[in-house]
Design a binder for this molecule. Structure first.
Ligand code: NCD
Length: 327
């Protein structure tokens, strides 16, 4: 794992670039606070460049294979936009049913094929651990864009970048973050809880009883000394919350559809409920939403979920540039 190989003869940024060049991005466990500082610095510069010139040639001639075995709108299109804004190009494989996967090709063989044509592979797959399997098979960098209920590291990075940009980097230590909804099957919250444990935050988990945060994640977060508490309703914790992270109930991951029906409308954020929240907090959501946040709340300045998507573009530009050695 690329963590503590700092060369004292190189400035911080060049050390970090050397650390990440050619690396896979599989789990948020690969990142320390110094990595975040570097990535967010690069992402901030990417934002400035996009605003000034739109597209530039940092990754000209480089090719990304975007391999998606599960549906995606934001992750897939933001990686495509990121690569194209950096002057590179993309092989999109969104419908694996039209590829050799439908003939029974294994993931390692598909990945070995794509790396003959591409410089970096972004993979979304329904099985936990699939990104690590792909990374083992590939010589080129593999970026995990969601492996089942496992992790979604690039989402957690863009979520944390959103918190930094919206509330101020200096404010993260001391913050209260409340995660709401499907904490059992939601991979975004599994990654985000782990990543935020690098900071002195307090984390509240609000979920139906059958959708609680897995013990494995809570144990890892506890080992970092982070206070955590679980609740069945939002009422008690909303007034102290600085970041409310709302998630969708992951219908496709339920074995029993009747169980989904029981919990699907468990929480709905709307302007009336948000009267109890602070004025300077933010509401985030990885999206898509399916009713957990009322559209009536969208105009509220605290509604950060659309801005969050845009931050994702800059973070993914930074990550592609880093693993391709050009940040
Ligand atoms: C999330 C995912 O795929 O895990 N979406 C995303 O990448 N923005 C969240 C979800 O599907 O609910």
């Amino acid at each position: 794992m690329p963590t503590s190989s700092l060369n004292p003869h190189l400035p911080f940024g060049e050390n970090k670039l050397a650390d990440w060049y050619g690396k896979d991005i599989i789990s948020v466990k690969q990142f320390g606070r110094d990595d975040l500082e570097y990535i967010f610095g690069v992402a901030h510069e990417m934002r400035g460049m996009v605003e000034r010139v739109g597209t530039f040639d940092l990754l000209k001639g480089k090719i990304l294979a975007n391999l998606f075995y599960e549906p995606s709108t934001r992750t897939s299109s933001s990686f495509t936009a990121a690569m194209e804004r950096l002057g590179g190009s993309v092989i999109p494989i969104n419908e694996v049913k039209y590829s050799s996967v439908s003939k029974g090709e294994s993931l390692p063989d598909t990945v070995r094929t794509l790396e003959c044509y591409a410089d970096v592979i972004v993979l979304r797959h329904p099985e936990t651990g699939s990104a690590a399997i792909a990374a083992k098979a590939a010589r080129k960098p593999v970026i995990n864009a969601g492996d089942g209920i496992g992790e979604h590291p690039t989402q957690a990075l863009l979520d944390t970048f959103t918190i930094f940009e919206e509330l101020g980097a200096g404010q993260v230590d001391g913050m209260t973050v409340t995660m709401l909804g499907d904490l059992k099957y939601g991979r975004t919250v599994h990654s985000l809880a782990r990543l935020l444990s690098l900071f002195k935050v307090k984390i509240n988990y609000v979920s139906p009883d059958i959708l609680k945060m897995p013990k494995e994640v809570m144990d890892e977060v506890a080992a970092k000394g982070i206070p955590q508490a679980e609740f069945g309703s939002l009422e008690k914790v909303l007034p102290e919350t600085d970041v409310l992270y709302v998630t969708r109930v992951q219908k496709e991951r339920f074995e029993d559809p009747a169980e989904y029906e029981k919990v699907k409308g468990a929480y709905v954020i709307d302007p009336a409920i948000m009267k109890a929240a602070k004025k300077d907090m933010i509401v985030m959501h990885p999206l898509p939403r399916v009713g957990e946040i009322s559209v009536d709340f969208d105009e509220d300045p605290r509604a950060a979920y659309f801005r969050q998507m845009e931050y994702g573009l800059y973070v993914r530009m930074a990550l592609l540039a880093m693993v391709l050695g050009k940040a």
